[in-house]
Ligand binder design. Sequence first.
Ligand SMILES: Cc1cc2nc3c(=O)[nH]c(=O)nc-3n(C[C@H](O)[C@H](O)[C@H](O)COP(=O)(O)OP(=O)(O)OC[C@H]3O[C@@H](n4cnc5c(N)ncnc54)[C@H](O)[C@@H]3O)c2cc1C
Length: 295
Amino acid sequence: MMVTTGNVFVGAPGSKWFDNTLENLKASPFEHEIFDGDQAHARFPRLRIGEGELAVWEPNGGVSLVQPALLAIQQLGREAGVEVRYGEKVLDWSAADSGVVVRTASGEYGADRIVVTAGAFSNKVLGLNFPTRVERQVLANFRMDLDAERFPATYIAAPPGDDSAPSYGCPEPDGTFKFSVVGKGNVIDPDALSQDVTDADLDRVLSIVRDRIPEIQGDPVSTTVCMWTESEDGHWLIGRHPDSDRVVLGAGCNGRGFRYAPVIGSILADLTEGVDHPELARFDLSRYELDRLHV
Ligand SMILES: Cc1cc2nc3c(=O)[nH]c(=O)nc-3n(C[C@H](O)[C@H](O)[C@H](O)COP(=O)(O)OP(=O)(O)OC[C@H]3O[C@@H](n4cnc5c(N)ncnc54)[C@H](O)[C@@H]3O)c2cc1C
């Protein structure tokens, strides 16, 4: 479920994401080392380190395998009495003083409270108008000359002055190396997501991956298009629905919701039981004017 590959973050001091990452690591208990250009080149000969760049190495970094992790979470849920239903679309819900009714394609369910975590579809399912954007993201998988499994999970910071999120890649269980250049401004309607990849999409990925990992010169063996939700201020939306305390919601994950799922899940469970988390006020919906949230 978790493969320890080590994590390398390459960037130049002055690059926003690189500096922030380093600052956070220094304040954390996580083991890490900082290599200058020559050291980084010796340590990571398969990776091109640019002039003036550093590499931050986290030996315990790794890749969480999504499918096994989701299956494990569902299994733990079943053991705790959860019934998992697949392929049953929620059509709508309504909340009253007595409880919540959820209507799906297969029937109706009554509950005291519900938790909604509908990802890119959050606004649609919640009937709200969060200031979020659903961004299309393109991933490409490549064959490597040498063993991809020995390549660390890799982040490449954009140069100083460019606030784009880092490009990233990691070895995949099928022996390929996955790489993505984070797209910004490629906003879509989640219902319109397609797997079509354009030449411009590929050029963006190829221009960085071929430069940074020179052994990758061929075309990708596969591509995937997916989407994530960016909130206006880059923070989660965690709290209760403005129209009903009975509806708890978690949304606006900004491309990093997976790794925090266990802790966010625990917070959402607390909220259903009336346990508040004032320390998480920055994620609360009260930071928005109510008028803005309603459709
Ligand atoms: C390319 C890419 C790379 C990423 N990399 C990372 C990473 O390295 N680390 C990290 O932590 N995160 C990463 N993320 C982000 C992470 O995947 C999301 O933040 C996380 O999946 C959000 O979890 P969620 O449960 O809120 O939503 P989702 O995982 O999107 O789940 C929402 C679910 O709700 C279902 N749903 C929606 N509408 C309805 C309806 N009407 N009825 C029934 N079901 C419905 C959907 O089908 C879906 O199964 C990445 C995302 C992408 C796209």
